[in-house]
Design a protein around this ligand. Structure first.
Ligand code: NAG
Ligand code: NAG
Length: 298
């Protein structure tokens, strides 16, 4: 648990928002225009949260309204332009709202996974600093930094898991681009904003940023995919499923949902809340045409 938990106020019915992704894959097109893989939804649900899917076609006023109701946001992996896409534009609206809210003492966490983490670095650096750091379909241990060991994200992990995290391939990587350690250290905006918790080495030998957390803000980023450890099973992909991999995924889901518990945003009434949640949608079986098991389409 974070050391600075607001003792007088805990929200045990958190709702975390997930921005949908635009469908680009041809095989997915018959099902809808945007989607969320169910693995991210299950990941959050397993931590004790509910999920609100957030479409990319709403107005700024509508996003401002949603922001006042949800208790955190996850930016998921996928493939979108990190400056010009609707995904990037909507993420920027939420990012700004979250910065302002946290500055005003209104706690609001954001988590970015893979492309979501890359997008967080673009928002913070105010420029796209991505370079080729291919680590495609490979599971690795993390090279933790000193800050990693004492980070909010990892500090309450059991010793055995910490040891496994740095010695066993618990983190699945599926990316071509990333932020190099050199760029991170040279970019003032990035290294003032984020602590570097872990690094890894890409296929081309370049060291890349694999885990970050905000120094002042409850913003978190992982270049790897914690959700696949428990919720994706494609046989051709190196999804870590060991006991430690599953434990890592569970603890990180609980960590982020606990951050969400510190947000007191709420819906205006139960009817509005109920109709906003992902439970209104049914995922489609997708393991025979994508790397996901199930996908929510919108
Ligand atoms: C960790 O860092 C060492 C030293 O830079 C490097 O040789 C090794 O490949 C890294 N391990 C991973 C899993 O990236
Ligand atoms: C995938 O499986 C579903 C259900 O079993 C089936 O209806 C669908 O046609 C399959 N899709 C492909 C692309 O094979």
């Amino acid at each position: 648990m974070p050391t600075t938990v607001n003792q007088e106020a805990v929200n045990d019915r958190p709702v975390i928002g997930i921005l949908t992704q635009l469908v680009s894959d041809e095989a997915m097109q018959p099902f809808g225009r945007t989607y969320i893989p169910s693995s991210y939804v299950k990941y959050l649900e397993s931590g004790g949260s509910r999920v609100m899917p957030i479409r990319l076609t709403l107005t700024t006023a509508e996003y401002e309204n949603i922001f006042q109701k949800i208790n955190g946001l996850i930016l998921i992996g996928g493939a979108a332009d990190l400056e010009k896409s609707d995904f990037a534009k909507v993420a920027k609206i939420f990012y700004r709202l979250a910065v302002m809210a946290n500055d005003a003492g209104d706690f609001f966490p954001i988590w970015g996974t893979c492309m979501g983490m890359q997008l967080l670095t673009v928002l913070v650096a105010q420029e796209n600093l991505l370079e080729c750091t291919t680590a495609e379909n490979i599971a690795m241990p993390l090279n933790l930094t000193t800050e990693g060991t004492s980070s909010r994200m990892f500090k309450d992990f059991p010793d055995e898991l910490m040891k496994a995290l740095t010695s066993e391939p618990l983190t699945g990587n599926f990316h071509r681009f990333g932020v190099t350690v050199k760029t991170f250290q040279e970019n003032e905006r990035l290294h003032n904003f984020f602590s570097l918790l872990s690094t890894n080495v890409a296929e081309n030998g370049v060291h890349f940023v694999s885990t970050i957390e905000g120094k002042r803000y409850p913003f978190y980023g992982v270049q790897w995919h914690p959700e696949v450890n428990r919720f994706q099973w494609n046989r051709k992909l190196n999804f870590p499923h060991s006991r430690h991999a599953v434990q890592l995924s569970s603890l990180l889901a609980e960590f982020f949902v606990n951050e969400g518990r510190r947000s007191l945003h709420q819906f205006d009434n139960p009817e509005e809340e109920d109709s906003s949640l992902i439970y209104n949608y049914t995922p489609v079986y997708a393991a025979n045409f994508t790397a996901y098991q199930q996908i929510y389409f919108f």
